[in-house]
Design a binder for this molecule. Structure first.
Ligand code: GDP
Length: 299
């Protein structure tokens, strides 16, 4: 929580300064509400949530003096209402054996690191895990995943740089099944520069996994970088369509993050948000908690 709060501190301070700028010695009226709405949109919260906040204020406090603290409280409450339905624990259906987790997202958003942290959690819960290095485009990604497998006591299935990612996914499943793993987690490349190729590659990965198990991949996680801002919205839209994303992880909330976009994404897509990344270490993956996050954003 401390890391999340400090990661979001710059943007939340900016937001609360702006709110204080509007509501110091001014009444809640159409003009101040409009200014507030603009501020909330600038903070990436999205039009829908911005209007929720201003509506909530308007119905109870119109024509009255309101303090910046009151505004921030209402804002935190309304943001929490948006986030509560998506803040869900990751529950893996282990009747699928191995349960297949496919991890997708734009390069650099934290896929490999998140896989390592997640593997550590699953291992700590007593599960056996195989990691498949399906980001065959970057030598560093393969090497990093191997290191994470050693660190977490997971099995590792890798291949040569430039090898076929779908072939690797097929083999990772096979090896996971044969070694009795409960879970196999497959890394992927996220080269958004060539969308057609990326789409083909992910579709092919899904197709070969389904030769093993028609329900695979059972969990498709997308990582989002909290420092990205508005573009994260497009990223979810793209990967949801091409990879069937059914859960999100927002990383890098420890840095100079702008977490507002996660509120807009939640309002728009309603996808579960399972974890947040708050650092590069093995323990820096935390469950997503709506009230903590709402408070950290509202300042
Ligand atoms: P990938 O290309 O999507 O696999 O991304 P990586 O897992 O390689 O991560 C890219 C960079 O972001 C690496 O330097 C990671 O250490 C770093 N990173 C990942 N998650 C976090 C996080 O939650 N906080 C911070 N500060 N850095 C992170």
């Amino acid at each position: 929580l401390a890391r999340l709060t400090s990661g979001l501190s710059r943007s939340s301070r900016q937001l609360s300064d702006n709110i204080a700028g509007v509501f110091t010695r001014r009444k809640l009226d159409d003009e101040t509400l409009e200014e507030l709405e603009d501020i909330l949109i600038q903070a990436d919260l999205g039009v829908e949530t911005a209007m929720r906040v201003t509506d909530a204020l308007a119905t109870t406090r119109l024509g009255r003096d309101v303090s910046p603290e009151e505004v921030r409280d209402v804002m935190a409450t309304e943001i929490e209402k948006v986030l509560a339905p998506v803040a869900r624990p990751l529950e893996l259906d282990l009747s699928f054996r191995p349960h297949v987790i496919l991890v997708v997202g734009v390069n650099g958003t934290g896929k490999t690191t998140t896989i390592g942290k997640l593997a550590a959690k699953l291992r700590a819960a007593g599960l056996s895990v195989t990691l498949g290095a399906g980001d065959t485009f970057r030598a560093a990604a393969i090497e990093q995943l191997k290191i994470w497998s050693e660190r977490t006591g997971s099995q590792f299935v890798g291949t040569k740089l430039g090898a076929d990612a779908a072939g690797l996914a097929y083999e990772a499943y096979e090896r996971a099944r044969d070694n009795g793993s409960d879970v196999v987690i497959i890394d992927t490349a996220g080269r958004l520069q060539n969308k057609a190729e990326l789409m083909d590659e992910l579709a092919k990965i899904v197709r070969v996994l389904q030769k093993h198990d028609p329900d695979a991949p059972h969990t498709v996680l997308q990582t989002l970088d909290a420092t990205t801002g508005q573009n994260a919205l497009n990223q979810v839209d793209i990967f949801r369509n091409i990879a069937g994303v059914n859960g999100l992880v927002m990383t890098k909330l420890d840095g100079t993050a702008r977490g507002g976009i996660l509120v807009a994404i939640s309002a728009k897509f309603g996808l579960p948000v399972y974890f947040i990344g708050v650092g590069e270490g093995v323990d820096d993956l935390e469950p997503f908690r709506a009230s903590d996050f709402a408070r950290a954003i509202a300042g």
